[in-house]
Design a protein around this ligand. Structure first.
Ligand SMILES: Cc1cc2nc3c(=O)[nH]c(=O)nc-3n(C[C@H](O)[C@H](O)[C@H](O)COP(=O)(O)O)c2cc1C
Length: 207
């Protein structure tokens, strides 16, 4: 089994990375593979609602000059997703929001039913709103949200300071243990067992 992790931080070896690395190390103890993809400093486009990805012959996002379609492909090959972000003004940073909105809109079928979790790194405040913002996306993709002993938050300002947040690091290890436990239940029969779904009732309030 494989867990895909997105690091929304532009900073290499920053605090979001420390949190994700702690999860990665703990998942390895359960023999679960993981991969951390960092957005880095390359530009990420926002969704322009062009609808191209919804056309029958299209696969993925029309913009191919950033990592969106690469992330979607990796998500299709993964069993679970963890999205980590630094807190910027009490929210996920712009790049990670743009990326995940486009991945879910253009390739949401690869997210369906897969366990997911959000992780936030902050200096002082705004982490719970950030955490909730990412969870909002998972909750409309039929993704079971994996919890921990506390909200998945680590504290630190300068790179690496989050490693000193011992409770935050423990929260990450607990998250990894809970993720491993849920994956073992979903994959108990070899093939993943997901619930049946009704066809989407696309009701609109204006027609
Ligand atoms: C533009 C910007 C806005 C920020 N806003 C907040 C904030 O609202 N609350 C907070 O606690 N820290 C804030 N920070 C600090 C970062 O969240 C903090 O340094 C975090 O550890 C960075 O994670 P990273 O090392 O993974 O990039 C901000 C940093 C930047 C660059």
């Amino acid at each position: 089994m494989k867990v895909l992790m997105i690091n929304g931080s532009p900073r290499h070896n920053g605090n979001t990375f420390c949190a994700l690395q702690e999860i990665e190390n703990q998942l390895a103890k359960h023999n679960i593979e993981s991969e951390i993809i960092q957005i880095g400093t390359s530009p990420i486009r926002s969704c322009i609602n062009c609808g191209s990805c919804r056309q029958k012959d299209k696969n993925g996002c029309v913009f191919e000059d950033d990592i969106c379609n690469t992330v979607s492909k990796k998500l299709s090959e993964s069993d679970a997703l963890i999205v980590g972000t630094p807190v910027y003004y009490g929210q996920p940073n712009g790049g990670v929001l743009s990326l995940m909105q486009r991945v879910f809109f253009s390739a949401g079928q690869y997210a369906q039913n897969k366990p997911a979790a959000a992780v936030a790194a902050c200096r002082r405040g705004g982490a719970t709103a950030t955490f909730q913002s990412l969870n909002m996306m998972f909750q409309m993709m039929n993704m079971p949200v994996v919890t921990s002993q506390y909200w998945n938050i680590v504290y630190g300002r300068e790179k690496g300071e989050a490693k000193l947040d011992s409770e935050g690091m423990q929260t990450m290890r607990t998250l990894a243990n809970n993720m491993a436990w849920l994956l073992s239940k979903i994959h108990a029969d070899g093939q993943p067992q997901y619930p049946a779904r009704e066809p989407w009732d696309k009701m609109s309030f204006i027609r």
